[in-house]
Design a protein around this ligand. Structure first.
Ligand SMILES: O=C(O)CCC(=O)C(=O)O
Length: 323
């Protein structure tokens, strides 16, 4: 197969990223159904590639997710989930209890077994906003929980997160599960870097813009490219220190990173969801009958689906709390 190049990215862009994008038809179509000033948020998105909503996330759901994570750590042999520690990915059953207690552990797609997580992914403002950006229902494709700052070098998501059938239909939300301290290794983002004139495209080898198993280049070289590019374009990082209840949404082509942890005693509990649109959701990941069946949560115009390869997963405690 030919490699995926920058023309493929450009051809798959949602309306707002296309040259000469006109907001007016979308303001007419969606303003009255949004719980916020849509024009203001679309303007922020177009300029910065991020939007922030303050104090909109249901903190009871956050507390329920924290309870689920605690339960999972204590009873990890009973659940079906992938975890990641220092670059090693595996089934949680294959990790030692002490490893699951350690700072760097991430749980992958906990929303498949935590109703609180699935509902957080569909926070009203997030689902409504992405519904406008995609002009289609937003769907969670994967999620990650962090306990401490990730200290991940600068990166952009799409070379890695690319199961969606329209490459540029990609965004993520970042929900703090606590007030974020500036010394805990907060998230930082590079405003405006989502614009392809600013980021340009990193060539992983042979013109491919995606990381493949046989790519010539490494994620480390991608980070070097992005640091140099941001410097050349005069884009400085902005550190995000939100309060519990806030949420940030970033564009699939936005450069971001986990900053250095200055106080190792501090936690930085957070929950990230990646989204695409219903039309771009990978068909092989859906159960037959979706979106009418095989649904974990359908709220605020968005969906969280069961994965086609999973059935009757044992659920964490929040899944028994009525909606
Ligand atoms: O939260 C962080 O520190 C980084 C998260 C991130 O980069 C991602 O999920 O793509």
């Amino acid at each position: 197969m030919d490699s995926i190049g920058k023309a493929d990215w450009i051809a798959s862009q949602p309306w707002i990223d296309r040259e000469g994008a006109d907001m007016e038809p979308y303001l007419r179509k969606y303003s009255s159904s949004c719980a916020f000033d849509l024009k203001e948020k679309l303007t922020d998105w177009k300029r910065d590639g991020i939007v922030i909503f303050e104090q909109v996330v249901d903190t009871r759901l956050i507390d329920a997710l924290l309870g689920d994570i605690d339960h999972l750590r204590k009873h990890h042999m009973d659940f079906d989930l992938l975890a990641e520690l220092k670059g090693r990915q595996g089934h949680i059953r294959d990790f030692l209890p002490a490893e699951l207690e350690s700072d760097g552990v991430k749980f992958n797609s906990i929303h498949t077994i935590s109703r609180a997580a699935a509902r957080l992914s569909l926070t009203r403002e997030v689902a409504q906003f992405l519904g406008v950006i995609f002009d289609d229902a937003p769907c969670a494709t994967q999620s990650l929980t962090f306990y401490k700052g990730s200290q991940q070098p600068i990166h952009i998501d799409y070379p890695y997160v690319r199961t969606q059938t329209k490459l540029a239909y990609l965004a993520a939300s970042w929900v703090p599960l606590q007030d974020i301290h500036p010394d805990s290794g907060p998230l930082a983002y590079y405003p405006g870097s989502h614009n392809v004139d600013v980021s340009d495209f990193f060539d992983w080898g042979g013109g491919s813009i995606l990381l493949e198993s046989d790519s010539d280049k490494t994620p480390g070289q991608f980070a070097e490219y992005l640091y140099a590019r941001m410097k050349e374009q005069g884009v400085a990082p902005r550190v995000f220190c939100p309060r519990k209840g806030d949420v940030l949404i970033w564009h699939g082509n936005l450069a971001h990173e986990g900053t250095a942890i200055r106080d190792a005693a501090l936690t930085r509990k957070s929950y990230v969801t990646h989204y695409t649109s219903l039309a771009a959701y990978p068909p092989a990941h859906l159960k037959p009958g979706a979106p009418h069946s095989g649904v974990i949560a359908a709220e605020n115009g968005g969906y969280v689906f069961e994965h086609s390869w999973q059935s009757d997963l044992r659920q964490l405690p929040s899944s028994s709390i009525p909606a």
